[in-house]
Design a protein around this ligand. Structure first.
Ligand SMILES: [Zn+2]
Length: 102
């Protein structure tokens, strides 16, 4: 997937916005379109409605994204609850440092 870093905490692709989740220890993709509306894309962004992500073994990550904070809801499979700052992208998912002429 061709996703460009747009801020310290988010990447963007045609599919959506991507950020690191400290609860799941993985990158999450927030889909564009399909009913979601985004405000101020970047570190302070918000979106409605909430995101309900699920994958293998019925793992669930459910949260609101408001002003750059993730607000984890009670049905998450991991232990994080309530408002948490979106973590900075891990080094492997950053572009900025790599944008040097070859
Ligand atoms: Zn998660």
């Amino acid at each position: 997937m061709n996703a460009m870093q747009i801020s310290r905490k988010f990447r963007e692709s045609d599919a959506g916005y991507h950020h690191w989740c400290a609860g799941c220890n993985r990158l999450h993709t927030l889909p564009k379109g399909r009913g979601w509306t985004y405000f101020s894309p970047g570190d302070g962004m918000s979106a409605i409605p909430s995101f309900h992500l699920s994958w293998q073994n019925e793992r669930v990550c459910h949260y609101f994204l408001t002003n750059g904070q993730i607000d984890y809801l009670a049905d998450c499979h991991h232990a994080l609850r309530g408002p948490q700052p979106v973590p900075d992208l891990p080094e492997d998912y950053r572009d900025f440092e790599r944008e040097v002429p070859a």
